[in-house]
Design a protein around this ligand. Structure first.
Ligand code: 3PG
Length: 307
């Protein structure tokens, strides 16, 4: 009997776990569960028994793959797979997949929610501003970016986007204004919402050069990864621009400096929570379980990311 390990430091909602269990058991497999673990050794031990693994932002290192001798497939229930050592997986013949689009609406709602929170002075009761009529630039127009665009239009925002991998025609077909260069996006918009993956090209790519193009009351919203920010550059801009806000779903490395220097203009969620909804957990978790079943039963590798 095949064993599917759900290894989540940040557990799925119970309703999602029930859905995953159903898919796994209906396929005739056994579900193994490791939640809220505190040391990698616990993951090494759990993975030793598994044929397949479902994770979230959990780190799948070479050591984890060494410990999981029978593991044939790892599915990241979510979008970003920067937490998986793809080279090690490929070397060992382990298929790695993600579940694109399944948790995107939840992340987009949080991005817009943080904008409202920032615009209303962090719900302090002070007079704030509205999103209506303000410009927003969506940096990277993938699944999350598209949802952000739809919601922002509902708020009456003026929506722009830049993505080197998406054509202007495709951006226009979503009712969004494309710009020619990334610099144009930052020059044009008061709000910038980040939606790129963390990789060698994007890490530390959002720094002083781009942010200096934004207005004094610019707002940078990061529901992507903390690694895409050049924190020194961002702090430099926040020092220069007296009303500039940084709203992030996960604290920066220099969290204490941000808290003390930019109180009232900086907010970070206590734990990455963009995809932390029952709906996103259910969609992504069940998709992951179904992808594992289809991989074992039909050899389906549609969402493989380490080809
Ligand atoms: C993703 O890449 O899908 C999101 O960042 C969600 O990550 P999480 O599953 O750890 O909440």
């Amino acid at each position: 009997m095949k064993k599917v390990l759900v290894a989540t430091d940040k557990p799925f909602a119970p309703v999602a776990l029930n859905g995953i269990r159903q898919v796994v058991e209906n396929a005739g497999y056994k579900l193994l569960l490791l939640e809220k673990y505190t040391a990698p050794e616990q993951l090494y031990e759990a993975v030793a028994e598994a044929d397949a693994v479902i994770i979230r932002s959990d780190l799948i290192t070479r050591e984890v793959l060494d410990a999981g001798k029978n593991v044939k497939i790892v599915v990241r229930a979510g979008a970003g797979y920067d937490n998986v050592d793809l080279a090690a997986a490929t070397e060992k013949g382990v298929v790695v997949m993600n579940t694109p689009g399944q948790n995107s609406n939840a992340v987009a709602e949080l991005a817009i929610g943080m904008m409202v929170y920032g615009a209303r002075g962090f719900f302090s009761g002070k007079s704030g501003t509205e999103l209506k009529g303000k410009s927003i630039g969506i940096h990277a127009f993938g699944n999350v970016g598209k949802y952000v665009a739809t919601i922002a239009k509902g708020f009456g925002m003026d929506v722009y986007a830049f993505d080197p991998f998406v054509s202007k025609t495709d951006i226009e077909s979503c009712g969004v204004k494309p710009v020619d260069t990334v610099e144009d996006l930052y020059k044009t918009c008061q709000y910038i919402s980040l939606h790129m993956p963390a990789n060698d090209k994007t890490k530390k790519s959002i720094g002083a050069a781009l942010l200096s193009l934004m207005p004094n009351d610019g707002v940078l919203v990061n529901t992507a990864r903390k690694e895409v920010i050049d924190e020194e550059g961002l702090m430099q801009i926040m020092e220069q621009k007296a009303k500039f806000q940084y709203l992030s779903d996960v604290a920066p490395d220099a969290v204490e400096a941000f808290q003390t220097k930019f109180a009232g203009r900086y907010y970070a969620t206590p734990k990455k929570m963009g995809a932390q909804t029952e709906e996103a957990n259910t969609n992504a978790g069940i998709a992951a379980a179904e992808q594992i079943r289809d991989f074992f039963e039909k050899g389906d590798k549609k969402y493989q990311v380490n080809k």
